[in-house]
Design a protein around this ligand. Structure first.
Ligand SMILES: [Zn+2]
Ligand SMILES: [Zn+2]
Length: 387
């Protein structure tokens, strides 16, 4: 029996006791099971999941566990539900919540920090010192849905009110799932200083975060915005999203070309969304003296790079973790204002019950997949074209 004493429900949104949810067994093994629908606590809401975008980090969690930490350890065989880039409709409110109403369409960001550590108090809740401490006797109130708490490959999920953003009526479910990705790009630009109007920005790596970094940088007034990538179709999407020039890293001399475009002293801001040894070195060497580099991808192993060049040239290097400092709200402001069309990176949609196939499309980049979305709404074809 659910303890629903302090949660508020509405007849207009009946909530079942059980739901379908994908859970992680051994690595790479997902199964669809019946699970209890969770009950929202203080400062939380129950979200009926309408759509979820698949992220490269989901693939990592499903195969390797990290960076998920569930109930104090690896997330395998604990009935853990991954998925973190979701949107939906509020179905119940926990105690003390008057910021939202049942029936509100919302999209979510991932991290609700503990609110009591030094970094949370600074607004850096994605760098919360109590990451993963939200179980048993060690409940510090931290949540990172799809990483340390159950996520969105299900029919319902719990969210802290600080992780929800209202979705305008004219924004599609699929587009709303992309707001948190744009929020990550926005966070990178925020950490670099935010005031990039009239300054040159180079983005290396046209994955989802890189492509939306192009769009956000352009919307913030950066000029020129240059994209560096190896795949022609993705570079072309970058041009549609606002890049002034896209450089083909396979056939062009990247450093020479960047300096031709932004001036011989180099770029003011560089965002590396590829995270390889060669791109980290390119990023450092294409940056203006006194300029700033943001590392938005996580290199998988130690990287050798020209630290001396960085020091001698007073170049600042920033790491970013997730979508901090409410950047997702700023990204939503741009997307709600139609400053760029993030749906250009949405390539495929599958029904939730076809999640394994959707994951395969994302992992193997079948049919040039970029962002694959799974939906709990009625979808007739298993591979509906992106609208
Ligand atoms: Zn993600
Ligand atoms: Zn914290």
């Amino acid at each position: 029996m659910r303890n629903t004493d302090n949660a508020k429900y509405a007849d207009s949104m009946p909530v079942p006791k059980q739901m379908k949810a994908w859970v992680l067994g051994d690595p790479d093994q997902l199964k669809l099971i019946d699970k209890d629908v969770p009950v929202p606590g203080r400062a939380e809401a129950l979200v009926r999941i309408d759509a979820v975008a698949i992220c490269a980090t989901d693939l990592e969690v499903i195969s390797y566990g990290t960076p998920a930490i569930f109930e104090g350890g690896a997330p395998f065989n604990k009935n853990f539900t991954p998925g973190h880039e979701y949107m939906g409709t509020i179905a119940a409110l926990g105690e003390g919540v008057d910021e939202f109403e049942i029936g509100d369409r919302v999209t979510v960001e991932i991290h609700a920090g503990c609110g009591q550590c030094k970094r949370c108090r600074m607004g850096m809740y994605t760098s919360c010192h109590n990451y993963g401490l939200n179980y048993g006797d060690m409940n510090k109130g931290h949540r990172a849905n799809g990483f340390t708490t159950n996520g969105g490959f299900a029919e319902y999920a719990i969210n802290n009110i600080n992780t929800m953003i209202k979705v305008p009526d004219d924004m599609s479910d699929a587009e709303a799932t992309l707001v948190v990705t744009a929020g990550t790009s926005m966070y990178g630009l925020t950490e670099l200083g935010g005031l990039v109007a009239g300054e040159s920005v180079v983005v290396i790596g046209p994955g989802p975060i890189g492509l939306l970094a192009v769009a956000v940088a352009k919307s913030l007034g950066a000029s020129p915005v240059v994209l560096v990538g190896t795949r022609e179709n993705r570079n072309n999407i970058g041009l549609e999203l606002g890049a002034d020039v896209a450089i083909d890293a396979r056939s062009e001399d990247v450093l020479a070309r960047v300096k031709e475009l932004v001036g011989p002293k180099g770029a003011d801001y560089v965002i590396d969304c590829a995270g390889s040894e060669s791109t980290v070195n390119q990023a450092v060497h294409m940056t203006n003296r006194g300029g700033k580099v943001c590392l938005a991808a996580f290199p998988k192993k130690p990287v050798e790079f020209d630290l001396g060049y960085l020091a001698v040239n007073n170049i600042y290097l920033y790491g970013i973790r997730g979508e901090g400092r409410s950047a997702t709200h700023r990204a939503m402001a741009f997307m709600a204002g139609k400053r760029f069309d993030a749906t250009k990176i949405h390539t495929h949609t599958f029904p939730m019950q076809d999640l394994p196939e959707a994951l395969r499309y994302a992992r193997e980049r079948v049919d040039d997949a970029i962002k694959v979305v799974v939906s709990n709404r009625e979808i007739t074809a298993s591979k509906a074209a992106a609208e």
